[in-house]
Design a protein around this ligand. Structure first.
Ligand SMILES: [Cu+2]
Length: 86
């Protein structure tokens, strides 16, 4: 996944039910960014030019992830993971 100021390279991705999802986060922007589903479930902040990881666990239903750095979600840093019908 690519992160920059202020978007991801994907808005929606689709996975099969029960997929164990982990992200590699390449920050190609100037600001720090992260990825998670809440303030308590989020990657470390990834600095400009660096790479981080986020293990999202097993995905059973549609889930929204976003950059938890204040303000960034509203600027467009949101990702929807849709679970395909089995
Ligand atoms: Cu951000």
């Amino acid at each position: 996944m690519l992160l920059w100021d202020f978007d991801f390279n994907e808005d929606v991705i689709e996975v099969g039910p029960g997929t164990e999802l982990s992200f590699i986060l390449h920050n190609i922007g100037d600001s720090q960014h992260n990825l998670g589903r809440s303030e308590d479930d989020v990657s470390d902040r990834v600095k400009s030019g660096e790479t981080g990881h986020y293990d999202a666990g097993v995905i059973e239903h549609d889930t929204i992830f976003y950059c938890v750095v204040p303000g960034h979600r509203d600027l467009g840093m949101e990702l929807t993971v849709k679970v395909a019908a089995s």
